[in-house]
Structure formats: structure tokens, C-alpha cells
Design a protein around this ligand. Sequence first.
Ligand code: BTN
Length: 319
Amino acid sequence: MNTKPLLRLLADGETHSGESLAESLGISRTAIWKQVRKLQEEGIQVETIRGRGYRLPAPMDMLSEDSIREGLTASLRENISLAVHDRIDSTNSDITRRWQQGEAGLLVSIADCQEQGRGRRGRPWQSPVGKNLYMSVGVSISRGFTGLEGLSLVAGLAAIESLGLPEEVRPGLKWPNDLLVDGQKLAGILIELQGELEGAVRVIVGIGLNVHMTDAESVDQPWTSLSLALPGESWVRNRVAASVLNRLAARLDTFEQEGFAPFEELWNQYDIFRGKTLRATSGDLSGVGCGVDDAGHYLLETGQGVQRISAGEISLRVV
Ligand code: BTN
């Protein structure tokens, strides 16, 4: 049962009678009712207004492949292989499957909902339907595994830059790559790598960005969304997705040619750890945050000199 056409009609948040919906879709009112039940089972709150019809509690910002494409730069539009899914296990897994099926080039998978969204350190990533952006980019980078240090920082930088957030909301990056607004997590990045030690490595950059989410029961850290942080703006997921993709593709090109060095200064402008006393989550390393070096290592002034920390090695917390 494809409920998408019905959802598109309801997306304006207005009340629609069963009769008018049935007529628009060329199906019976009973079929409409069944589809409404299905949408409700999928977690979409469709309200039944007695004697008047159905409506969503608020307008829904629908994902659309065409609209995302429209927002891309001409060269990206030509080169990208974009798949937009209603529902998927994980967009990162989708990229892996597409590679296995022989797809090549710059692959992008975006979903309206993930059933097994993955976060870093094996945590789940809450991926409710119709709310946020769940997006993965699959690309081959010819730098070998060792040349990929700093890649996840570049992805975080590209994402935060693409949003054009005003200073007042204090946009920041928490090393290595969480996007924060006023100290609350707005987006997370999960990088997965496949390939040889030397030569081309297949890289999946998975980005989970909270756009319209206003409640989440089981998120275990302070979080926010674009709509919560900047309620005055009307955020459109298709536009946000296109801006992130435009910036990310350009930044990945530069990274492949030149590594992390060109991004050191830009990244440090967003560093939320600078000047703070930090402690590594494992071991007894602590010190004051001094930003990243030209390879993307985090620098800690420990009192006995500066320690360089590699992403993936340990994580840092403000004391
Ligand atoms: C984190 O823990 O901060 C990383 C979260 C990454 C979530 C994104 S959503 C799109 C992509 N698909 C996944 O399963 N995970 C990433």
C-alpha cells in the first residue's frame, strides 16, 4: 500500500474530507481510511475530525528528490546518483548495498525515516518519520587510510557552514565532528570506511541533522533541532539537504587534493573546546583545549607540554 500520495495531500495541514481525498486519488473512502490507519501505524499523527475528515496536526515538510536536485549546483546535479527513500534501515547501509550492486560515482542516499539508524560507538540514532535529515554520501577518495585523518572534521565543518547559522545561536563543532548550537547537539556524523590500506578508499559520510524534531524520549544527551533553535525561520528539508550536499561535495574535493591543512583555521573558528579544561574519557589525560593542528588532531595543553589526540583514539569532555 503506497501511502505517499495521500500524505502529500495532507501535508498542507488543512482538513480534507474523506470524499475529496478519495476523489483526488481515484480510490474509495474505505481505502482512504485504511491508508490513514497505515500512516498512523508508521508513526504519523493523522487526526480524524468527526464529520469533517482528516488532517495532520501541523503542515509536513515533505522530502522530494526533484526539489533536492533543484537546489544542487549544476555540476553536482550532473554527477550525483541520488536516491530518496521513504523508509530504510540505515542510509549508510544503503550506500554499502548500492556499491555491492555495482553503482559507482558520487552516491547519495536520503531517507524520511530510518528503522535502524546508527550513531557513533554503536549507539542507535533516533530517526522519526517526517522530521529530520538522514543522509549518507558515498565517495571514493584516493588518499589511502592514513591520508583520511581529518576527513570527519571536514564533513562536520562543511555541514555547519552550509547552514549559515547566525552568531547568536553559537554554532559550534565538538571535536571531532558533532554540530552544536548553544551547547546542544544539532547533528552527528558517522564515517565508515571500506578499501585498501593504500590507494582509493570508499568513504561513507552519514549525517543525521535534526530539523523539525521537538521531542525525543530516548536521546541521552542535550539536543536541539533547527526549528527549536531558530523558530523564526521556516526550514525546508529539501533545501537544507541540497545546501549540505553542495558544501560537502566541494569540501571533499579539496580534502582529496590537499588533506586537512586548508581547513585548520576554519575548523578552529567553530571549536567549542578552546580554552576549556578537558579530560579524556579514557586514561587520565587532561588539559586545556587549544584547537586542532593541520592534520585534524586535537591539541591539549597539559602543563607538561602539548598532547596531540587523534580522532577515534579517545574522546574529550569538558570538566
Ligand atoms: C553520532 O552518533 O553522532 C552520529 C550519528 C549519525 C547518524 C546518521 S543518520 C544518516 C546515517 N545513517 C545512519 O545509520 N547513521 C548516519
